[in-house]
Design a binder for this molecule. Sequence first.
Ligand code: M6P
Ligand code: ZN
Length: 200
Amino acid sequence: MVLQSPFEMTVDLESGQMSVFERHVTRYGRDMIGYYGTQDPDEDALVYEYFERNVPNDPGQIVQNVTVIYPGDANGEYFMTKGHYHANPRASEVYLCLNGEGFLVMQTKTGDWCACALSRGKTVYVPPGWAHRSVNVGDRPLVLYALYPADAGHDYDAISQGGFLKRIVRGLDGKPALVDSKRVKEETNKDRRGYSTAAK
Ligand code: M6P
Ligand code: ZN
């Protein structure tokens, strides 16, 4: 076990900008092939990015992360993260929304699901065993601060194979609607005039 020295930093409460980070990951439309229900996002659209403070990969260490999901959609399905289960089934996560409007969509491998609305000041606890994906339904960046155990690990395979049970699309009234993944094609093809392509 590594004896980590204490450290500090600042997080801008509007933009989420961390004063120090070691890891920065960007996800463009081209990195999200197959994650959306009906259509991949424009390949050059910046869908989301995240920043992390590295700590040793030991049980008991905690990673600090800021994720920014940009406004936009792919055929009406709002921009979102890939979503993942933790490879370590004992690992949980806490989210604090700093800015924007969205949802944290969660599910278990036994078919339970939950969608918590996100807005400034809202926190969500993701217990062990729950996959999680954040979705921006607003017209400005959705900024999330998250804490999770350093040994959590990310399991994307279960998501890229089975997908999420529920998806959030722009409804015909222009408002976010939660739809069953199995029905997303019907829902998004009902009336294409109802959908924007903010990413393009
Ligand atoms: C959150 C955390 C991170 C994750 C990031 C992006 O801030 O859960 O661990 O990497 O969102 O989500 P994903 O890895 O599913 O693309
Ligand atoms: Zn996680």
